[in-house]
Ligand binder design. Sequence first.
Ligand SMILES: [Zn+2]
Length: 442
Amino acid sequence: MAFCLFTFAFCLPLQAWGPHGEITQAALDALGPNDALLRHLGTNAPKLVHYCWLGDYRRTPYERQGEFFYADDYLLFPGMERHLDHLVPEVKRTYEPYFRRALQALRTETPLNAARWIGSLLHFVEDTGSPPHSAEIRGDVHSKMENWVDAKLIHLPGYRPQLLGDTEEKALAGFLRRMDGLIAYSKERGDRCRPLVLADKRAEVEPIVLESALETSRVVADLLHTLGKLQAAHRPSGGSLSGSPEYVLRPQRGLERLQGKVVLLGTSYSTLTDERGRFEFRGLPPGRYEPAVVFGGVGLPHSSSQVQEGKHTGADMTTPGLTGTGLVRNPYFAVRWTSANRPEGWYQGKEVWEGDLIPLKDGARYTLRLNWEDKPALGDVILRFRPNTHPGLPVVDSAPFKPGTTEHAFTGSEKMKWAQILIRTTNAPTTLLKSVAITPEK
Ligand SMILES: [Zn+2]
């Protein structure tokens, strides 16, 4: 049985390769207790069996054992501003950026943050090894084929993980070659399984899909082993920067467990605060950095900090500018880090900007506040409600709010456990709105 990630009622995300968790676990077991990656990640290493699902959480929050963060914070970054398809050929475009980003996290972020970034990378590697992902088969045959496998049989006794390269560039080249091999391995099996799935011959399909799951697990073991070796061989340099954004420590009602996202504007560096509201970067090249925090009701740059070689710098987080109130991250659309066009926390779909899914409390009252541009462009705003975060379930949309409507009150309920703001425009959200807010009633 696949690991349950959404709710007890809906155990599998749509179109998901069932045994992600087991594939990751088998790879972790193959590493051996003294592996450099396990030593570095420490108590965070076992969490990889959950983080390897992060790729399927696109646009939804990850919530598990006290952790609560938006998965997109580990999926979107400079150079990766959109979600890619998880099937060959498009999934191949994920390997290099997520490999480099995971390595960056190992060198500059806390082990917890690094584990999450590695989880995102593992998702795309593991999806690739699923026969219908490699053989580019969609629909009903896809779902059946990749879940017709007995996940309990995924183990790699005696497997010794291979080093894919001893420098970042050599390891990347070795990783890409390993992925080409995995695609060939699983495509051949997917092609072979297709007629068997159509003929409903599950017993004949299962051992073939298991072969792919095992090969995927070997690739994951090689990759984890290599990341650990690269991290251990890396000579630390640069300086560190840390801080505690005060509003993350005193969060809005309803977002008590949310971790704050800290980006260094104009760089590829980002991280999330820990449970004490503190963030830390290590190994930053010396220079001036401009931190910005993305959090409920917050989203403006802080004053810049100078990082010096071999020194620690405490970031000045006392002048957050407009702190505002509310549950909407980056409500002024002011923090742009992934790209110049994308406000953090907002995702551009077809003629719409989707905000984050915001948790509501049953029976609590909320107010949506819209601060329109003086001469708003064509467009409107809707509120989308859903009973849980499963992407396949029906949603309830409010009537459109047109320019001029500045407030709308609503109440959280069983059916309205999550709210999302959709700004419907083909232009930037700032052509329509100065800011948006959802505030809980005191
Ligand atoms: Zn996937």
